[in-house]
Design a protein around this ligand. Structure first.
Ligand code: PLP
Length: 388
């Protein structure tokens, strides 16, 4: 059931399977690996797709998984969606499935995606070229050489770089290439990636979509014709989301818009507090007019998100800052109800060489901040006392 005419939060609640056999208003957890049939004829009809029904959970054929996929497709205004065991599962299946002609990767990336592209995809015959975020000439050069898939994050992890989705999509399409965007930081609330022109949108559902730091999952949403190739890898690499996770995720999606709106507002307040603070060397937040991607962010996002990164001045002891924080927890991941801080150079980007970290600005003084759902004034006071 896909109802694009309805508004976002209505679809988050009502898109999906209609109801279960006993009238539950939401789809209950079908904690089963398999489904039984009365006759061989009936089983054949389900396998061939002549009858609706379910077959085997690893294939994604389970009511709870199908239900959450309908919701995700509806929220991204996509022809379909696939639910994965993690964000990295979603990214790897997509890059393997559609990266055969070569992948052009723009801008900076989550460290795990970087490691996949630099250390592993080559062994599967997928070449990857890296270019800077705004390098449209470099993009054209690689596309002329036949590269078939463009990939980037916007906003990016951890420096909140913004890339113009519509502009890159136009260039990619002119060369017959596809554009896949990791919109984990963007969320479908703030950024409608497919409507802007991308062919494939990817999320780590572990972050905002799950939103409670209690599930690990991933999503790919795209036009229906792009999904079978990705689904084949999901099936045979065994990357499907578990029914328990799909159940939690469906529940979380119902509050996604509320949570993200609150996180947008709180992050804007915290950014205003940090901007110009005596301990702050530089603030990375796309809602600031001084941010290099602000104009593009204004054009393609309806909110600037709940993430920001801050480079502390050289004299500030980052370790002491972490130790003094009381509400913000020192932890990896992001997008949950609780506010988190981490040092990307020691966590998500640990695998990068010192030279590359320095080049990208991922220094010891860089702190990534994920704003949760606590009261924004309390969060501001916690940062104030830790920076004092
Ligand atoms: N994409 C981005 C932007 C991320 O920040 C992360 C994880 O931090 C991932 C993908 C990977 O997601 P997961 O940990 O769910 O595999």
């Amino acid at each position: 059931m896909h109802k694009p005419a309805l508004k976002f939060s209505t679809r988050a609640i009502h898109a999906g399977l209609n109801s279960d056999a006993f009238g539950s208003p939401h789809i209950p957890l079908y904690d089963t690996t398999t489904f039984k049939y009365a006759t061989m004829e009936q089983m054949e009809r389900v396998i061939d797709g002549r009858d609706s029904g379910y077959f085997y959970t690893r294939y994604g054929s389970n009511p709870g998984i199908v239900n959450v996929e309908y919701k995700l497709a509806s929220l991204e205004q996509a022809g379909g969606a696939l639910a994965f065991a993690s964000g990295m599962a979603a990214i790897s299946a997509t890059l393997i499935a559609h990266g055969e002609r070569g992948i052009v990767c723009m801008g900076e990336l989550y460290g795990g995606s970087w490691e996949l592209m630099t250390a592993q995809l080559g062994s599967l015959g997928r070449r990857v070229a890296f270019i800077d975020a705004g390098d449209m000439e470099g993009l054209r050069r690689y596309l002329q050489q036949g590269y078939g898939l463009v990939y980037f994050e916007t906003p990016s992890n951890p420096l909140l770089q913004i890339i113009d989705i519509a502009a890159v999509a136009d260039i990619a399409h002119a060369y017959g290439a596809l554009l896949a965007v990791d919109s984990t930081f963007g969320t479908p609330v703030n950024q409608q990636t497919l409507t802007l022109g991308a062919d494939i949108v990817i999320h780590s559902a572990t972050k905002y979509l799950g939103g409670h730091s209690d599930l690990t999952g991933g999503v790919v949403a795209a036009n229906a014709d792009l999904l079978p190739a990705i689904n084949a890898w999901r099936k045979n690499l065994g990357q499907c989301m578990a029914p328990e996770t799909a159940h939690l995720l469906a529940r979380s999606l119902a509050t996604l818009e509320l949570r993200v709106h609150r996180q947008n507002a709180s992050a804007a307040r915290i950014a205003a507090f940090l901007q110009g603070h005596a301990a702050v060397e530089r603030l990375y937040y796309p809602g600031l007019p001084a941010h290099g991607g602000h104009e593009i962010a204004k054009k393609q996002m309806s909110g600037f998100g709940g993430m920001l990164s801050v480079a502390l001045k050289a004299h500030v002891d980052a370790a002491a800052f972490f130790d003094r924080l009381q509400l913000f927890s020192l932890a990896v991941s992001l997008g949950g109800i609780e506010s988190l801080v981490c040092q990307p150079c020691r966590t998500s980007h640990r695998g990068l060489s010192p030279a590359l970290k320095a080049k990208k600005g991922i220094t010891d003084q860089l702190i990534r901040v994920s704003i949760g759902l606590e009261d924004a004034e309390d969060l501001e006071q916690d940062l104030a006392q830790a920076l004092a």
